[in-house]
Write a protein that binds this ligand. Structure first.
Ligand code: ZN
Length: 265
């Protein structure tokens, strides 16, 4: 009994040492690279987050929401009430959810994420998206990022939507399929285009091989992107998935333009 106890104690002692070393390592790392705000670079207590002032500038989208478009309502209109936008122009996807409304702070995060190749930003965004999309995870859907055209992927070497999908996958335990949807045509950047222009720009730009859809085994697909502006891109991806036979498609983004709430892109 004594020796067994001794072993347990030795084990605990070793674990204690290992924990101490890890803590010391973390401390030394913090001294060399003190954690800073992901948005304004002000010092923060813990890494990979925002300072208090930038957090105040972030506008989380919370219920009550349009059950289809995920647009926030000023007051609860009942569970089945739809937004005017969803009634006027029903989208091809089932539901869209976003973590925050697009504004100054979220806009900076999105552009840093897109052009900066900083994985800690994707981790931060994915944490908020995991909460915002909680209704979408229940029956184990497949996460599918909006792809870049292969030529652009080679130039940039980084697809922010794929990065978000991978982080979201590790947080939620859902599988990620980056090869299901292909971008078949190089499109110009959506920034600066009108709603109709955006739709024309991405119409038919995506393709899904129906044979590849077999590997999703009839599971729902959740399309992952960084920003929902007019929805033209995620609608085009949804149409390609539906054309190939996907039965249900939802959408999750980090930010979403909410007219009247924040800055337009
Ligand atoms: Zn800050």
């Amino acid at each position: 009994m004594e020796s067994a106890e001794g072993l347990v104690k030795t084990g605990a002692w070793h674990r204690g040492i290992a924990r101490g070393a890890r803590r010391l390592g973390g401390l030394l790392l913090d001294l060399a690279y003190p954690p800073v705000c992901l948005n304004c670079d002000a010092p923060t207590v813990v890494p990979d987050t925002l300072c208090a002032s930038c957090f105040r500038g972030l506008r989380p989208i919370t219920a009550p929401l349009c059950p289809i478009l995920g647009l926030p309502f000023a007051a609860s209109l009942g569970a089945d009430a739809l937004s005017a936008e969803a009634l006027a122009d029903p989208p091809p996807f089932g539901r869209a959810r976003a973590a925050v409304s697009y504004g100054e702070v979220s806009g900076t995060i999105v552009s840093r994420l897109k052009y900066g190749d900083r994985p800690e930003l994707a981790r931060f965004c994915a944490r908020l998206m995991a909460g915002a999309g909680h209704e979408l995870w229940g029956d184990g859907p497949v996460l599918v990022p909006v792809p870049l055209h292969p030529a652009r992927q080679r130039e940039r070497r980084f697809n922010q939507s794929a990065e978000l999908a991978h982080r979201l996958g590790s947080l939620t335990g859902l599988s990620v399929d980056t090869g299901l949807v292909r971008r078949t045509r190089r499109t110009r950047q959506q920034v600066g285009l009108s709603g109709d222009g955006r739709q024309r720009n991405v119409a038919g730009a995506f393709a899904v091989d129906p044979e590849l859809l077999v590997r999703t085994r009839g599971r729902r697909v959740v399309v992952v992107d960084d920003v929902y502006t007019t929805g033209a891109t995620v609608k085009a991806v949804t149409r390609a998935l539906r054309k190939a036979g996907a039965e249900a498609v939802d959408v999750v983004t980090f930010a979403r333009v909410v007219i009247g709430a924040d800055l337009p892109i």
